[in-house]
Write a protein that binds this ligand. Structure first.
Ligand code: PLP
Length: 370
């Protein structure tokens, strides 16, 4: 699904030098490059604070702890996402409240959010799924009306823009009270191990997140709050600092591959190509088709024989996951999510897809689909 080696080869000298520099100075933890990368990312995102941490899941957890969410508080999120989003809600003893998604963008449906609000609701966690922003205009409006926090899960959408109704443009993850991202190797800005970060424009929240990610301390060995140990290590920061200047060119390469797929599948009634949401540009973390009247497993097997991976993100909606079974929810409660879980298929999507590969992939898909 991704080709991290070819991407590395193109910037090998820069990366090797940056990693060697960390080793030479042995500043493996909290080295200067961690702060330098955070400052570079603040500038790129146009956000006041970037707080690096160990991974995207931790970023979500630190965000919820830093906002002082308490056991029993309800947190509204989407039924169609990677499990990490709901996992941290459950781990903190908060109550996940799931809502359905939009069938075109796969993102959380604002009308369903409204219907799910109760006096216990404290936060909304929109996920900018597959690389484009959720409807942040509506979500921020709902949050304002009901005095709720908004925690953006931007793990799949770093670099995507949101074009607000008021004419402003902001990077996904910088609009809510806090944004969270992941630098997992296959994410759009991936390091060579685990990594993550929180974004916020709020000075007080930034201080709270920094402290919680650092064992709940502000002054060394004085612990005001229960925290966690969640750090981005210096080698990963060095990789990310080297890759960040390439992020826009990486997004453009993904979009070019998506354009090729779109053109090849246009007008095929059995393949619904990803709908490009007018309020966001798409950074194509995934290129996800919706199939109709196609044997999905058969297509996957056909592609596998031709050496083409194709993945189902996500085969089981959150409310149907064994660990998250809940008397509040039944099969049929989230019809859009459930239909998507039966019909989606993601094709290879990365920065290194060339025309030969794209031709091979699209021809192989059409050969099976007809
Ligand atoms: C990858 C991802 C996460 C978790 O990130 P990790 O760095 O793997 O912990 C959370 N939410 C979404 C939507 C993701 O895609």
């Amino acid at each position: 699904m991704v080709d991290l080696n070819s991407q590395y080869q193109k910037i090998k000298t820069e990366i090797d030098t940056a990693i060697q520099q960390v080793i030479d100075t042995t500043a493996f933890i909290n080295g200067p490059v961690v702060k330098e990368f955070a400052a570079d990312l603040e500038k790129y995102l146009n956000v006041k604070h970037v707080i690096p941490c160990a991974n995207g899941t931790d970023a979500l957890q630190v965000a919820m702890m830093g906002l002082d969410l308490k056991a029993g508080d309800e947190v509204i999120t989407t039924s169609f996402t990677f499990i990490a989003t709901a996992e941290v809600i459950a781990l903190l003893g908060l109550t996940p409240v799931l809502v359905d998604v939009d069938p075109d963008t796969f993102n959380i449906d604002p009308d369903s959010i409204r219907k799910a609000i109760t006096p216990k609701t404290k936060a909304i966690v929109p996920v900018h799924l597959f690389g484009q922003s959720a409807d942040m205009d509506s979500i921020m409006q709902i949050a304002k009306e009901h005095n709720l926090f908004v925690i953006e899960d931007a793990c799949q959408a770093i670099g995507a823009d949101f074009f607000a109704e008021d004419g402003t443009t902001s990077k996904a993850g910088t609009i809510g009270h806090v944004g969270c991202t992941s630098f997992f190797p296959s994410k759009n800005l991936g390091c060579y191990g685990d990594g993550g970060a929180l974004f916020t424009n709020d000075d007080e929240l930034a201080e709270a997140f920094r402290s919680i990610a650092n064992h709940g301390m502000k002054v060394r060995y004085y612990h005001d709050k229960v925290g966690v140990n969640s750090r981005l290590d210096s080698i990963q920061a060095a990789v990310l600092k080297t890759k960040l200047p390439h992020l826009d060119e990486y997004s453009a390469a993904r979009k070019k591959a998506a354009d090729y797929y779109d053109a090849a599948f246009a007008n095929n009634p059995k393949l619904k190509t990803p709908v490009r949401y007018e309020k966001s540009n798409h950074v194509f973390h995934q290129y996800t088709l919706q199939l109709s009247h196609v044997d999905r497993k058969g297509l996957q097997e056909h592609l596998a024989i031709k050496g083409i991976p194709a993945m189902i993100y996500y085969p089981v909606p959150l409310h149907m996951q064994v660990a998250y079974r809940d008397a509040r929810y039944n099969e049929g409660d989230f019809p859009v999510t459930e239909a998507l879980s039966h019909s989606v298929l993601s094709l290879p999507m990365h920065t290194e897809l060339d025309e030969g590969q794209l031709k091979h992939i699209t021809e192989s898909v059409l050969e099976f689909v007809g």
